[in-house]
Write a protein that binds this ligand. Structure first.
Ligand SMILES: O=P(O)(O)OC[C@H]1O[C@H](O)[C@H](O)[C@@H](O)[C@@H]1O
Length: 523
């Protein structure tokens, strides 16, 4: 990144802007909002509360051009092998081209549609002949977070014929145990969702679910095989699904060219299709596809994901901000920040360039977030008066949950709070009492969408995917692998062995000490 010609001039501009309060940028330019907002149907990005001038914007766009962003976008959407460290494409955009699908994708839609219809018509029946009432998605990371986030956001709009949807992910087994206590095995269907079908978290939970099913089926089942009617598998590894016992007609596929954290658009999104029908699922794909087209065709100065990425680079590498807060002002987006934590930090939390050399600049900031109105009463103190400078994304919807008087009242309150907070962070407040002094000057974006529905959520997620991609191009890193998560898994297996053998002598003192205390407690 530093070798790009635009880097030095941008650094010089950053030095000036660090000394310039956001307030004076507004005072000096009555056209600031007009100049620094862009939109496409369904979404508007206001980046006027960023420390950006026309010169900075021009410099960032030059940097994107120099880094060949246009070419990279083409390669992404054309399905080139961009994930070079794993020798794969990262072709999630092919999953959402509803009007012109690749044949293997369309084939999986048909299989999904069949399952969805069977469930909706109450034709999918368990071992005792009763119709399925509850569906439990067992998966973790990319096989959990997207469908969890979307089905939670759209729960109020679910089809009346949809069974209830549940998610379990944590390998401690607690979520699953407490859920099983409430479910009837005769009417429960499990979706074992795992790209690799080797993830111990998911497989250990799936085994527990299978034992529960077996134990409950003992007196009722005609054959033990009948319990496998309660398990759907979704994976890019059909051999492993079969080995685990998933029946061929209960298997849904996707492919190694779909990254785990980009997989909610594939059959991993089955729960979304169950909750909203294939029509709802495809509306989400269409929203994402509209963003793919925009990302591919809009000039960078009007390109929402590209601009978000360039602003991210500006804040991270030139203004030295290391924190990013995600603040949706709608409780339906409760799991959105969690979803982005994986998408953003697993993609760009890296220190190695594409050619294997280490970077000598910052990459991904630390990202966290919470539904805005709750976060106001939790960590906004730090945003207003802390010593860390943080960039924030406010996400707001024009429409609330309803149009009756109380809903309108709540939505107005919500809008007022969202706008108040981004304004307070920008403007600050002078006071002689240092405890009441707000420096302001905290930068933020505001994304304004029409409403919370499948189409707009599809747009929102695709915008962040492409933002992440834009940043990765400038940082010259591969956003599609995740080697950093392997070491912990390997060590966990060896510690599990130590626990089984009750022998920690090969481990470090700290690990030994902690295990010793656990063992002493148990005995
Ligand atoms: O879908 P799976 O193969 O079970 O993987 C689930 C998750 O686990 C891994 O550790 C990766 O870090 C994630 O990218 C992935 O989404």
């Amino acid at each position: 990144m530093k070798q790009l010609k635009a880097y030095q001039p941008l650094s010089a501009l950053a030095e000036q802007l660090k000394q310039t309060h956001l307030n004076s940028l507004f005072d000096d330019n009555a056209q600031r909002f007009a100049q620094f907002h862009v939109q496409m149907p369904g979404i508007m990005l206001d980046f006027s509360k960023q420390k950006i001038t026309q010169e900075v914007l021009d410099g960032l766009v030059s940097m994107a051009e120099e880094a060949d962003l246009k070419q990279w976008i083409e390669r992404l959407i054309e399905g080139d092998e961009l994930n070079h460290t794993e020798g794969r494409k990262a072709w999630h955009t092919a999953l959402r081209n509803v009007s012109n699908p690749v044949p293997e994708v369309a084939e999986q839609w048909d299989k999904m549609a069949f399952i969805v219809e069977e469930l909706h018509l109450q034709q999918m029946r368990g071992y005792s002949g009763k119709a399925i009432t509850d569906v439990v998605n067992i998966g973790v990371g990319g096989s959990d977070l997207g469908p969890l986030m979307i089905t939670h956001a759209l729960e109020m709009q679910k089809l009346p014929q949809s069974p209830d949807i549940h998610f379990v992910s944590t390998l401690d087994g607690r979520q699953l145990q407490s859920l099983l206590a409430k479910l009837n095995p005769e009417t429960t269907l499990f979706i074992v969702a795992s790209k690799s079908f080797t993830t111990i978290d998911t497989l250990s939970l799936a085994e527990t679910a299978k034992s529960w099913m077996k134990a409950n089926c003992q007196s009722n089942c005609q054959s033990q095989n009948a319990i496998m009617r309660h398990f759907i598998g979704v994976s890019a590894n059909p051999a492993k699904m079969s080995e685990w016992g998933i029946l061929p007609q209960m298997q849904l596929a996707f492919w190694d060219w779909v990254g785990g954290r980009f997989s909610m658009w594939s059959s991993i999104g089955l729960t979304i299709a169950i909750q909203h029908g294939m029509e709802g699922f495809k509306a989400m794909l269409e929203g994402a596809h509209a963003v793919d087209e925009h990302f591919r065709n809009a000039p960078f100065k009007e390109n929402i994901p590209a601009l978000l990425g360039l602003i991210g680079v500006w804040n991270t590498n030139f203004l030295n901000l290391a924190g990013q807060a995600i603040l949706p002002y709608d409780s339906r987006l409760k799991h959105f920040a969690g979803y982005l934590e994986q998408l953003v930090m697993e993609s760009n939390g890296k220190h190695t360039q594409r050619d294997g050399t280490f970077v000598d600049y910052r990459t991904c900031p630390i990202l966290w977030g919470e539904v805005g109105p709750n976060a106001q009463h939790a960590f906004y103190q730090l945003l207003h008066q802390g010593t860390e400078r943080v960039m924030s994304d406010f996400i707001l919807f024009k429409e609330g949950q309803g149009s009756d008087e109380r809903s309108t009242f709540h939505q107005n309150l919500n809008i007022a709070n969202c706008l108040a907070q981004s304004r307070a962070m920008m403007v600050g407040q002078q006071s002689d009492d240092p405890h009441k002094h707000y420096p302001g000057d905290q930068v933020s974006n505001t994304l304004l969408l029409t409403r919370v529905d499948a189409y707009h959520l599809g747009m929102l997620v695709a915008i962040y995917e492409h933002k992440v991609f834009t940043e990765s191009v400038i940082w010259n890193i591969n956003p599609f692998d995740q080697w950093g998560v392997e070491l912990g898994k390997k060590i966990a297996l060896s510690i599990l062995e130590s626990i089984d053998q009750r022998d920690a002598s090969e481990l470090d003192q700290s690990t030994q000490g902690i295990l010793q205390q656990i063992w002493e407690h148990k005995t």
